[in-house]
Design a binder for this molecule. Structure first.
Ligand SMILES: [Zn+2]
Ligand SMILES: [Zn+2]
Length: 342
C-alpha cells in the first residue's frame, strides 16, 4: 500500500446499539482504513447492496457477533491492495465482489462433504467482520468473487446476496422442470430468483403485500400476482418463502400440491404457528430451511448471470444515506433491491 492510502481515513457506518431503525441505531464515523491480512484483499467500495439481513443485524434480530460492526455484504469494488499470501486470482485494479460468506474451516465434516454453508466456524461479512457500508473493506481472497460482464456496479451488488441466496433457495425448493413455483414476498432476492426460475421454464406465481411489487412481478413475467395470504390460482410444486413471516408457513403449505416443497429463504423468521399434520404436511409436503450458501452456489449463480441477463431494479442511495435506505426497506417502500453508491 502506498503512503498516501495508509494515511487516509474513510467514512464508515457502525451499529451503535442494535434497535429499531427509527431509533437511529447506526452511526456514521470517520475511521482509519482497514488493513488487509496476508491472505486478504483491500477493496475500494463502489457499490453495496442493502439486504434485509443488514436490517436484522442493525435492529438486533440477529445476535451481536462483533460490537460496532459495519454492515453490508453485497459489495462491488476495486482491488487496491493484494496481501502477500492472497494468491494471484486477483490483481490491483480488478473489479471484485464481496459476499456474505467470508470464512469456513475447510476441515469439519460439513466442509469435507461440500456443505460449507453449515460450517460451525463460518464467518460472515457485515456480521462477524466489517462490511461494505464504508469506503473500504477487506475480504479473504479465497472468498472474493469475479463478476460477470455486462452489468453496472449497481446492478451487480444485489446479485451477491439477494441473487446467490435466492439461487440456493430455488435449488432447495426442488422445482421440477416446467413446474409451478410460488414466491412469497417480492423484494430484492425474490425479483432476481423469479427471473432465474422463468429462464428455466417455470410458471411463477407471486404472493406479496405491496402493489408495486405485484406490478414488478407481472412485468418480469410472473403468471399471476396476488396478496400475501391469497391462494395462488393453481396448486404449487414448489414455493420459496422470502418474507420473514412465520405466520405464512401454514399458508404456503396449504398452497402446495401433494409432494410439494417449501424452502424458507431468510436467516430470520418470526415464530411459526402450530401446523396441522393433515392440512399442512400430509401427502408428502415438505418444509426446508436455507442456510447461507456455498462458494459453489455463488459461482454457479454468477455464471448463470453471465449467460442470462438479469434485470435488477436498484433504487440508488448515496453511501451517506444508509440509514434512510434501511428505513425505507423496513417500511416496505423499496421495489427491487436498494444499493448504496460510494
Ligand atoms: Zn468447516
Ligand atoms: Zn444478504
Amino acid at each position: 500500500m502506498d503512503a498516501q492510502v495508509s494515511g487516509m481515513t474513510m467514512m464508515a457506518w457502525r451499529v451503535r446499539r442494535p434497535g429499531p431503525i427509527a431509533d437511529a441505531p447506526l452511526r456514521r464515523v470517520s475511521t482509519a482504513l482497514p488493513r488487509p491480512q496476508q491472505s486478504e484483499l483491500l477493496v475500494a467500495v463502489r457499490a453495496c447492496g442493502v439486504c434485509r439481513t443488514d436490517l436484522h443485524v442493525v435492529e438486533g434480530d440477529l445476535p451481536v457477533h462483533r460490537p460496532g460492526v459495519t454492515p453490508g455484504h453485497e459489495v462491488v469494488g476495486e482491488v487496491v491492495e493484494v496481501g502477500a499470501e492472497a494468491g494471484d486470482d486477483f490483481a490491483v485494479g480488478d473489479r471484485v465482489g464481496v459476499a456474505w460468506l467470508r470464512h469456513t474451516c475447510g476441515s469439519c465434516r460439513y466442509c469435507r462433504r461440500g456443505d460449507e454453508n453449515l460450517c460451525p466456524q463460518s464467518r460472515y461479512t457485515g456480521w462477524d467482520d466489517d462490511g461494505g457500508y464504508a469506503e473500504f473493506v477487506t475480504v479473504p481472497a479465497a472468498f472474493a468473487h469475479h463478476l460477470p460482464a455486462g452489468y453496472s456496479d449497481s446492478e451487480l451488488a444485489p446479485l451477491l446476496c439477494a441473487g446467490i441466496i435466492g439461487y440456493r433457495s430455488l435449488l432447495r425448493a426442488d422445482l421440477p422442470p416446467g413446474g409451478r413455483l410460488g414466491i412469497y414476498g417480492f423484494g430484492g432476492s425474490a425479483h432476481i430468483t423469479a427471473q432465474v426460475a422463468l429462464a428455466r421454464g417455470a410458471e411463477v406465481h407471486v404472493m406479496t403485500r405491496g402493489s408495486r411489487a405485484r406490478e414488478l412481478a407481472l412485468e418480469l413475467g410472473a403468471a399471476s400476482a396476488q396478496g400475501a395470504t391469497d391462494p395462488p390460482p393453481v396448486p404449487l410444486d414448489s414455493a420459496i418463502l422470502f418474507a420473514p413471516v412465520g405466520d405464512l408457513v401454514p399458508v404456503v403449505c396449504q398452497a402446495l400440491d401433494a409432494g410439494g416443497t417449501c424452502a424458507i429463504a431468510g436467516i430470520h423468521l418470526s415464530d411459526v404457528p402450530p401446523l396441522n399434520y393433515q392440512r399442512h404436511l400430509f401427502r408428502e409436503r415438505q418444509i426446508r430451511s436455507v442456510t447461507s450458501n456455498t462458494r459453489a452456489d455463488a459461482r454457479e449463480f454468477l455464471a448463470f448471470a453471465a449467460e442470462h441477463h438479469i434485470e435488477v431494479t436498484t433504487p440508488e442511495y448515496a453511501l451517506g444515506e444508509a440509514d434512510r435506505a434501511l428505513g425505507d426497506l423496513a417500511a416496505g417502500r423499496i421495489a427491487g433491491a436498494a444499493v448504496l453508491l460510494a
